[in-house]
Write a protein that binds this ligand. Sequence first.
Ligand SMILES: *[C@@H]1O[C@H](CO)[C@@H](O)[C@H](O)[C@H]1NC(C)=O
Ligand SMILES: *[C@@H]1O[C@H](CO)[C@@H](O)[C@H](O)[C@H]1NC(C)=O
Ligand SMILES: *[C@@H]1O[C@H](CO)[C@@H](O)[C@H](O)[C@H]1NC(C)=O
Length: 466
Amino acid sequence: MSALYGLLLFVWVTIVQGRDPIGQNLILILADGFGNSLLNSSQNDVNIGLKAIAENGVTTEFLRPSFPTHSWPNWMSLITGLYPDSHGFSADYMYDEQSQMAFEKGYGINDTEDVWWKGRPAPIWYTAGKKGVDINCYWFAHCHRPYWDLVVKVPNHRWADLGNPQQTDRLGEIVPEVVSRIAKYQSHKQQFFLIRSSSVGNAIRMHGPNSDEAEQALQRFDLHVHNLQQELEKEKLSSSTNLVIIGDHGLRGINEEEQFYLEECLADYSRVKKVVNMHSMVMVFTDPEEEGNVHFELHVCEQWGMVTDYDENDIPLVKAYKLSELPEDLHWKDSRFMSGVILMTKPGVSIITRELPSVPDLGDIARDAKYTGGWLPDVDEMKGFFMARGPAFKVNEKHPPVDMVDVYQVLLNILSIDPNPNNGTWTNVEAMLTEGWEDRQSHESSTEQRIVVFSILFCLITRLLW
Ligand SMILES: *[C@@H]1O[C@H](CO)[C@@H](O)[C@H](O)[C@H]1NC(C)=O
Ligand SMILES: *[C@@H]1O[C@H](CO)[C@@H](O)[C@H](O)[C@H]1NC(C)=O
Ligand SMILES: *[C@@H]1O[C@H](CO)[C@@H](O)[C@H](O)[C@H]1NC(C)=O
């Protein structure tokens, strides 16, 4: 009798766990601050790993980031498919006038406060996790943060520590762990890995794109991506596992001779309550009754008005907007924590402060960056990239540009999960996918089928016995 139960158990194990993967797996690597123009100009440094993805998968002309071309607005667009005015992360630095708290790129002391997080749209790991997909995050910002009724289990050393820029340099070390986990568990649960890498972006911010440091960071990144593909092939996972690499936005140099102090344009500093963000885009908070004055002073400021004698067709060095005047197509002005006055500069031009109350504060080392993001998404150096290979993607496919908000729907399609309402456009991405994306098998139904088969078998055997 017990032998028979043993047999049944064996049948159960082989049927339910099977040997086939339960659906397609997905590895997403987010390369922060790694833009398309750098990718394009460093083909010699990325000629192993990234080249193999291009040859065996899909590349896009570029990826259009969300505005501002900072990390947080784009990370949130990636994981929700929404523009910043819908996901609410308006910039890397934010200021809440009511509580007088600042959000500082994920490393500030009040960055975990509810004011930033409450009521936000569901991140992709929630939606996928609820459908039974196994979520694995490595240094991926706020992945460990509980959302509603789900907490992704992320060991402490894999929490994003944004105050430690070197944290993600260990990308190479985690490759074996990622691959063996997929090999071991893919027949139980679909595997979804979210990995952030900031090594290329950090090297550029500190040393510039033509530095040895940047070159080495690029080569190392390329090598890790190469090793990952090799390991996947060795474990015969290439036919079940997709690899997607996103450069969220690029960085551009700041022209030293075109750096302005905001103070020089203001007659009365006390009119400004807080200056938030720096260099390319600056939010200026005032009392409501001072908004008009401050906007006017900044609009006509001679400091940046008279530097070059530009004709009417030239872009001014600095543009001062009232909130209501911001261009609609940025999908930004209805976001949260917006100021009444906003400055946007011509690429390369920078605005900083030296006395006014500022976020980040005046001592923050981020203010000394030589390269930065934040300019308009259509500025060449700001553009990101998207490349991918795996069973879901066509081979050697050159695809037109995609938007950051388009990526979310692709990721969920691969996992055969319906996306939440989002701002992606399916026709922007459809052509990069292999035939049959419409009827990607849902892993739930396949598990259910296996359980049904087992139940029938169980009934048959027990009836035979008694
Ligand atoms: C990439 O670089 C080539 C020259 O190396 C240039 O012709 C092309 O326009 C660049 N493409 C992009 C998207 O920057
Ligand atoms: C953090 O919150 C405390 C308490 O509300 C406040 O006093 C402090 O100024 C805040 N600091 C920042 C950087 O937000
Ligand atoms: C983006 O998607 C959200 C959710 O569906 C929607 O509320 C919002 O209007 C959309 N924005 C645009 C510009 O389509």
